[in-house]
Design a protein around this ligand. Structure first.
Ligand SMILES: *Cc1c(COP(=O)(O)O)cnc(C)c1O
Length: 462
């Protein structure tokens, strides 16, 4: 299995190199050259299998020779062992044809644990074999950073530095980054906002001397291995609701388009998905684009679902690549136009996108109401991101086809929005109830490239 760049100008790579590289050298994103197929018999068999077993079946064909069967199974088993629910991704019924896929039982209470926990194990296994050590630097508005620190803490071949905007992440998110005690993980509170964190991260990757010197690696949401890990729960959910005999639809609270793109890959692999619905908050560039209004950047407006507050959805490039007939030149040109503000999607590509994706948006008021209403109707507390999904899903449910809304975070991770909508302050799950008592460890850093580089060089293991 080889991986090719969406911009057509970078060499094709194996799974291992794709995973360790992240972004292609031509600025593009790696996608598999071909999509492995799952036949009806294989999908039907998943109905009675463990999450780990399904994960192995779904992901194995994408990995090629990078890992032996036993290594890959070991990585999967270690990745999900720390989850707080035996089913890993349990389904809860909300209404006759509406289900919630709870993706928040991992160690940091958001779906990002599914991918990050696995790539922690995959990185460790590949690097140990190569006898290499890398430095992972990431920028976060909250969920990615906590998931990365949790996934890589204590691993031998990685140092992790996470830049987050000082005083601009929730207390739960901050504590999840600052309370792990292992020496190889570092929470850096940057004097600036999330855009500053991302800009300094980009500067570091563009500083080739530094990049090569510390063996810089990235684990942001464009990393193919992260997308791949997320394909699994579409299979596990659909199989337990009757696939392949019955079609299933999904609504996905969307920011960077990674999670929904994983659903698209599941569909391309043969999973009978009827509708894939993109749900955005008021930062609705994707909803506008999928409604035929072009892909144009606006200003990010802070919302109560902050993990979806984006201007540009990086993984959308992968969907565009397919919609434009895998023409890397065409994608490269669109991305140039995007730098200048945006682009129109051609009629043929629009048709191709609309064949797979529907969309909707939830305003702040609609998000709050969805939290309130879901509690009244079902007794379930939704986090604000999941509530965006719930609101949009309600407009896309069709009789006879189960709709699955992805619940992307635990309500206790965003307690203020949940309390405002319901009067209930959701408690942390018992296994992490002492989070507020654990000592914190963080370093304040200036919004300055040279200072950051010096800090990382000094504090990584030599
Ligand atoms: C990251 C995140 C999202 C958005 O996922 P994408 O893959 O970026 O579309 C939604 N909800 C929560 C809670 C998240 O952490």
């Amino acid at each position: 299995m080889q991986y090719i760049s969406t911009r057509g100008q970078a060499p094709s790579l194996t799974f291992e190199d794709t995973m360790l590289t992240g972004l292609a050298r031509d600025g593009g994103l790696y996608v598999p050259e071909t999509i492995p197929q799952m036949d009806a018999h294989t999908i039907a068999a998943m109905a009675g299998q463990s999450y780990e077993e399904i994960a192995y079946t779904v992901m194995r064909p994408f990995v090629g020779d990078t890992f032996t069967d036993a290594e890959f199974r070991g990585c999967i088993n270690r990745a999900y062992a720390g989850f707080g629910h035996a089913a890993r991704a349990p389904l809860v019924q909300l209404d006759q044809g509406h289900f919630l896929l709870e993706l928040f039982h991992g160690p940091t209470l958001a779906f990002k644990d599914f991918a990050m926990q696995l790539i922690g194990q995959l990185f460790q296994t590949a690097l140990a074999r190569r006898g290499e050590r890398v430095t992972i630097v990431g920028a976060t508005s909250g969920d990615t950073g906590s998931a990365a620190i949790e996934a890589f803490r204590g691993l031998d071949n990685v140092d992790v530095f996470i830049l987050y905007p000082h005083n601009r992440v929730s207390e739960v998110q901050r504590r999840q980054m600052t309370t792990p005690v292992e020496a190889n993980v570092h929470a850096l509170a940057l004097d600036g906002d999330f855009d500053d964190c991302q800009a300094r991260l980009k500067d570091m990757f563009n500083d080739f001397e530094f990049r090569d010197g510390v063996k810089l690696a990235g684990v942001n949401s464009i990393n193919w291995a992260r997308v791949l890990a997320q394909v699994v729960y579409y299979f596990s959910a659909a199989a337990s609701l009757g696939a392949p005999t019955r079609k299933v639809s999904f609504t996905v609270p969307t920011g960077n388009f990674g999670d929904i793109f994983a659903g698209y890959i599941a569909k391309r692999m043969g999973l009978p998905i009827d509708r894939l619905v993109v749900a955005t908050n008021q930062n609705d560039i994707l909803h506008r684009a999928l409604s035929g209004q072009g892909y144009h950047k606006g200003d990010t407006i802070p919302s109560i679902s902050p993990s979806m507050d984006i201007q540009v959805s990086s993984n959308f490039e992968r969907a565009l690549f397919d919609a434009y007939g895998r023409d890397g030149g065409a994608v490269a040109q669109l991305m140039d136009e995007l730098k200048a503000g945006g682009f129109e999607v051609s009629q043929g590509a629009m048709q191709a996108l609309q064949d797979h994706f529907e969309s909707g948006r939830a305003s702040e008021g609609e998000t709050s109401q969805a939290i309130t209403r879901t509690l009244a109707d079902t007794g379930e507390l939704l986090c604000p991101h999941s509530a965006v999904g719930g609101h949009v899903a309600a407009n896309h449910i069709e009789p006879g086809t189960p709709m699955v809304t992805l619940a992307t975070a635990h309500p206790a991770k965003f307690p203020d929005a949940v309390e405002a909508a319901t009067g209930i302050r959701p408690p942390l799950p018992p296994r992490m109830a002492d989070l507020y008592e654990r000592p914190e460890r963080l370093t304040r850093v200036p919004n300055d490239l040279e200072a950051l580089k010096a800090h990382i060089k000094e504090h990584r293991a030599k």
